[in-house]
Design a protein around this ligand. Sequence first.
Ligand code: PGA
Length: 254
Amino acid sequence: MLIVANWKMNSLRREGIDRARKLRLLSSEKELSCNIIVCPPAHIIHEVRQALDGSDIGVGAQDCHFDDGGAHTGDISVKMLADLGCTHIIVGHSERRQEHFENDEIVKMKAKKVHSEGLISIICIGETKEEKESGKALDRLHDQLSNSLPETINSINTVVAYEPCWAIGSGLTPNHKEIEDAHTVIRDFLKRTIPKTKPLPYVLYGGSVNGNNAEGLLQIQGVSGALVGGASLDPTDFWKICQYAETAVNLKNS
Ligand code: PGA
């Protein structure tokens, strides 16, 4: 299982560092076997990484540019993020797709750059409310997979996150059957793309995951972790989600 915290555009330095320290403390009280990555806003990645030193919790970034460097005002490169200690980079989050008009082609270029620098891309896909209501959700996922995943993907360098746009920050989640169906589409696609001898990448669910619903969501067939936004700002709630990931692994292995 992999649990990823997406802090989005929240927290000044003090608040972010305090939250990271709290997470380090919680992780020292009980060791968990699931992988945990925290993606703070870029201005505090370095300090959050320092605050997490000595724990198994890693850091990632919320976005990157697809170019190596140069005249891209306001952007940040994969190399710069690696220099700060990031191992993972989220690309194609629906907020980037909507607010910054990023299309599948741009997402694919970003993921490819992440891979070329030896980091892990967390590639987000998910249908809009309109696509869901018109019965096109699974087709949309298939399109996004075909067009946003570069040919450089493998079992290690890629994580796919299924995040229905309408579920993000809304308190709404799809029902378990809908999540299972979406994860089947994603896993079938990955099975066709990744050599049979290799394990499949993590496939996360994201969208209004919190300490109250994570137990059920993480037990859904095919779900191998979560991408958590709002609830990741509360270390206690976030840690509860990580603990449920542990329970889900034990149940799925039994
Ligand atoms: P949310 O966000 O948990 O606040 O719905 C998830 C995400 O956008 O990654």
